[in-house]
Design a protein around this ligand. Structure first.
Ligand SMILES: [Zn+2]
Ligand SMILES: [Zn+2]
Length: 242
């Protein structure tokens, strides 16, 4: 994978990016729907988080916007690739499993920070008009996952640029970021609490993001709540104060 990333032409890298994001989006949205709308309800497991119906054109709008995001993310692979071609970034050679694991953990926390900062900026008066596109989905669906204005897609898609400039990451760790980020986002927009008793951070994160779509003014974090708690934007604490 490292050699491919280094040696591919610009056209090959962008085409691979498009195919990758397109397949990941449609495959996992369909799986998510199968589990949250069919399999779990059939076994009376879990519960719907927000029972309000979605608006008439929501799915059409979400899939249309997601196709634009897929195009931006897919073609955007040219930027990390370009950093390598320019010699501004390097990829680790023969990384050990330990190195890959530590890098994935570091990138996980960086992704949390990058998302929180981007998301709070998107809620400021200057950028709110772009983010309201995502918030048109009051009741979320798996298709909401990539339903962004192009400006928001570019902001979120820039997550790897800074880390690559300061450290030689393994290609595996870099590749893990869009994958785990997408999975967490899928769980967060499923509008389904798979395991209501579970305090596992992924399911708590999903409940928190659903609350964010419902109440807007808080829960800006991604999978974890530490930044929301630290910066006093946690909705459960705000509700308790009332
Ligand atoms: Zn928001
Ligand atoms: Zn959302």
């Amino acid at each position: 994978m490292r050699d491919f990333f280094f040696n591919a032409s610009a056209m090959e890298i962008m085409l691979s990016g498009l195919v990758f994001f397109f397949c990941m989006y449609f495959l996992f949205c369909l799986l998510n729907i199968a589990f949250s709308s069919r399999i779990f309800p059939a076994f009376k497991k879990g519960r719907v988080l927000d029972a309000r119906p979605i608006d008439n054109h929501q799915l059409q709008r979400e899939i249309g916007l997601s196709l634009v995001t897929i195009t931006i993310f897919g073609l955007g692979v040219i930027f990390p690739w370009g950093l390598l071609q320019l010699g501004w970034a390097q990829l680790a050679e023969n990384p050990s499993l330990l190195q890959i694991t530590i890098e994935i953990i570091l990138l996980f926390f960086w992704n949390e920070l990058h998302f929180y900062i981007s998301h709070r900026l998107l809620h400021t008066p200057w950028l709110r008009r772009f983010h309201k596109v995502h918030h048109q989905s009051m009741t979320t669906t798996p298709w909401t996952t990539y339903s962004f204005h192009p400006i928001e897609s570019m902001m979120l898609g820039s997550v790897l640029i800074l880390p690559m400039l300061v450290h030689e990451f393994s290609v595996q760790a870099l590749f893990s970021v869009p994958v785990f980020s997408f999975m967490i986002n899928q769980i967060g927009h499923a509008n389904y609490d798979w395991f209501p008793e579970s305090q596992f951070f992924l399911f708590q994160g999903a409940r928190r993001h659903q609350q964010h779509h419902e109440k807007i003014h808080g829960n800006f974090g991604f999978a974890l709540d530490w930044l929301d708690r630290w910066l006093k934007t946690d909705l459960s604490e705000k509700n308790n104060q009332r």
